[in-house]
Design a protein around this ligand. Sequence first.
Ligand SMILES: Nc1ncnc2c1ncn2[C@@H]1O[C@H](COP(=O)(O)OP(=O)(O)OP(=O)(O)O)[C@@H](O)[C@H]1O
Length: 319
Amino acid sequence: MTTVITARGLRRVYGQGDNAFEAVKGIDLDVAEGEVFALLGTNGAGKTSTFDLLEGLSAPTAGDVEVFGLDPRRDRKLVRPQVGIMLQSGGLPAELTIAETLEMWRGTCSNPTTAAAVLAQVDLTDRADVRVGSLSGGERRRVDLACALLGQPRLLFLDEPTTGLDPESRRATWKLLAGLKAAGVTMVLTTHYLDEAEALADTIAIMHKGRIARRGTLRDIVDEHPARIVFDHPGLELPPLRGARLDPQSRVTVYTHDLQAHLSELLAWAGAHRLRLNGLEARAASLESVFLDIATDETDANNTAETSAPTNDMIGAQL
Ligand SMILES: Nc1ncnc2c1ncn2[C@@H]1O[C@H](COP(=O)(O)OP(=O)(O)OP(=O)(O)O)[C@@H](O)[C@H]1O
């Protein structure tokens, strides 16, 4: 499989001396041709900084990036014509109409399609003569996407492509992106919508504090994360359950890779003691739970997870 993007040991430090801030702390990644790679993360995790490095918009403090086997900064003239970029905020001139904007943008592309073609793709044909400054946030986002598509790119960078779009427009954009993927376009996107990553991405990487905390297919990421059982502490000694924690609100959380077995065990124990477990919840892992655990720095959830059958030294000793 051909690799379109390779990054090794990528670092980005802003400022100098006492003011230096390391936003990207040594990232390795590979994106294959035709792949949709989604970069997720909390605000400030370093996604946009990473994008800037991959796009060649800023120079890495350390490490290497290759796009189509070339340096995106040094070989910009060769790389740029093959790449479409949708920045977080397009910054298009407010006084131009959509049609004028696209014509202006076409002039910067070496192999552009027509403005009419991209307008149809983003469903803005009827709005071609409206000034950009009068558009809604969602419409403006679609103009940004149209500009990114004008050059018929082989590689698309999409920084939060559907932020501000209503649910119907989001679905329409997903459909458009799925069509581009089917046509072989490689995409790297950031998004705060986990369902967007689930719907579009082949590979998901979750960034946290400048590093990639998890990566893989949706299935890989979810499968390696424990499910959880949560309930109010019933006030008597609990059965031996591995990987349990008690929070200050007296809620017990049990992390497990075998939800059914441990839930059955807990319910059997509660039944034998004629106990009602208040606030009982049992949740399989999901992209959201992985994300939230990373975001709240509960990265040791994996470490406390069940790895073998529960033993008697567990919950009582740990709580
Ligand atoms: N030019 C800059 N100078 C100093 N710090 C910066 C600069 N640009 C970004 N940062 C800092 O680097 C960190 C990462 O920012 P970045 O925009 O890459 O995060 P992000 O994951 O894209 O966040 P968001 O989801 O909010 O867009 C943040 O703490 C940010 O304040």
